[in-house]
Design a protein around this ligand. Structure first.
Ligand code: SF4
Length: 497
């Protein structure tokens, strides 16, 4: 068994998750026997030239009817197929990605729960961890590295077999330019944050959850307090699937003040038309940094009845933004008169997903255009070191700047709550025990955070920290000061209006 999941805690000796019982027996068999099915798939492909004349000779509606009648029940039983019409099973370890509740075509998301279970459906193993496992067993294990394009919804409920035979099967990989075209955009950094990160200075960013207000002065005042401590702020986009003032508008306000915030774009709430339009408008309003996120599942937010969009995933979104920048074109191919100049970022979850999977999915994000990475909270340094070894060993640190997520928690109770309620955050027992033993848990949380930053500063390939300290400005200041990161150099970057 390849080592994709061997470091994962709750998988059995056969590499499968405890709890697989909840899935169809055949679907489980398909992932476990992906290599055998790959041979069958290759055999089927070899037969295609012989079958093609028959399919092509039939009127299309008839061919569609006949072959769909066979394909649909067979693939449904075996793979839980949803008949997306652009089958990529051979690139996803025989695990159908349409079973992912977020419909990701490039996964997993950052919300994988402890034990490899799904963020949205905790009773189900993550479809995308299965995909990486199944792929690792296949003769051609590299196909999962292809960046899949967003689904063409017009192919829904159509036969992939007929499309393949008729030559209509749209290429599933995202169409990316090989290298950024230097003529398409000027080479100088997009903004102050890029300049600082790329200059090699250890940077500090923080999360900004703006107040829900229509008063711009309040927003600017709160942001400025954070920007006096940090190099930049990430303005959240409907964090935790809760309704809040939009990242786009807040970033535009801050950019007008001369700041250089990071605009978050979540794929959960808008489709590709809205996102590309907003991205271009953001560039026109002076926003330079864009962080691409898949987005938390609706179930944890304040509007669980809302419709989840997930037209894109964070990787395909990155590719689209990169093409807008480097090729001056929308996804439709239509030209953009003046291309936006973005510094593109993505997220990472180094301790909740097996290192091989996390490094594999990061490599795809980097290929899609991510140049800086900000991570989920890291509390488990042991697990982080396993990831880090592989991240540096595979050369990824040479292609992106990695900012590690840290933060002071106030009590053992809040640590327990976070471990239970926030999918994708891994907090080891040792951390909770340390907080429980502490006379002053708040101070202990700050101590732990400072110690973590000190360890991170000594590691190669770490470009900075992303400190999450929701409503804890004093603690944020203390962490930054005690870590020796509140320097005059940073102050120079803040250009008050
Ligand atoms: S954890 Fe995320 S990627 Fe995995 S199946 Fe659930 S929603 Fe999809």
């Amino acid at each position: 068994m390849p080592d994709v999941l061997t470091t994962y805690p709750k998988r059995g000796a056969d590499g499968l998750v405890n709890g697989e019982r909840s899935r169809g027996v055949l679907r489980r068999w398909a992932v476990a026997h992906s290599r055998t099915l790959e041979q069958f798939y290759n055999f089927f492909n070899a037969l295609l030239p012989y079958v093609r004349p028959i399919i092509v000779a039939l009127p299309e509606p008839l061919a569609e009817k006949v072959f769909r009648a066979i394909e649909k029940p067979a693939k449904q039983a075996m793979f839980g197929c949803h008949m997306c019409g652009t089958c990529i099973l051979s690139a996803t370890g025989m695990s159908c990605p349409m079973n992912c509740p977020k419909n990701l075509r490039n996964g997993p998301c950052g919300g994988v729960r402890d034990g490899g279970m799904c963020e949205v459906k905790p009773e189900m193993p993550c479809v995308w961890l299965d995909a990486w496992q199944g792929s690792a067993q296949m003769r051609d294990a590299s196909k999962i590295k292809i960046i899949q394009a967003p689904l063409d919804r017009r192919t829904q409920d159509r036969s992939t077999w007929v499309a393949l035979a008729r030559g209509d099967h749209s290429k599933s990989g995202l169409n990316l330019v090989a290298e950024p075209n230097p003529q398409a955009h000027p080479l100088p950094p997009a903004g102050a944050l890029e300049r600082k990160i790329e200059s090699g200075v250890f940077v500090v960013t923080t999360e900004f959850n703006p107040p829900d207000t229509a008063n711009p002065d309040k927003i600017k005042a709160e942001a400025t307090e954070l920007l006096e401590l940090c190099d930049s702020v990430n303005v959240t986009d409907g964090a935790g699937a809760n309704t809040h003032i939009g990242s786009f508008g807040v970033c535009a306000l801050l950019a007008q003040q001369g700041h250089d915030p990071v605009m978050q774009i979540s794929c959960r709430d808008r489709n590709r038309i809205a996102i590309q339009g907003d991205a271009l408008a953001a560039a026109a309003l002076g926003i330079k940094n864009v962080l691409s996120l898949t987005g938390d599942g609706m179930q944890q937010g304040d509007q669980p009845g809302a419709k989840p969009v997930f037209d894109l995933d964070c990787t395909s979104l990155l590719g689209m933004l990169r093409n807008m920048r480097d090729e001056a074109r929308f996804d439709s191919g239509r030209k953009i008169v003046d291309a936006p100049r973005f510094y593109l970022g993505a997220t990472s979850n180094p301790t909740s997903v097996p290192p091989a999977v996390e490094v594999g999915r990061l490599a795809k994000k980097i290929e899609a255009g991510a140049r800086f990475i900000q991570t989920q909270y890291v509390f488990d340094m042991e697990a982080f070191m396993e990831f880090h070894k592989r991240f540096v060993g595979e050369g990824l640190s040479e292609h992106c700047r990695y900012l590690v997520g840290v933060g002071p928690l106030r009590t053992a109770k809040s640590a327990r709550w976070m471990r239970e309620a926030v999918a994708g955050v891994r907090i080891p027992d040792s951390y909770i025990e340390r907080m429980e033993r502490a006379v002053d848990p708040r101070a202990e949380g700050i101590d732990y955070c400072v110690e973590t930053i000190q360890r991170l500063r000594e590691l190669p390939g770490i470009a900075g920290v992303h400190i999450m300290a929701f409503r804890q400005r004093d603690a944020l200041r203390e962490v930054i000061e005690r870590s020796g990161l509140l320097d005059r150099n940073r102050q120079a970057l803040i250009r008050h209006s």
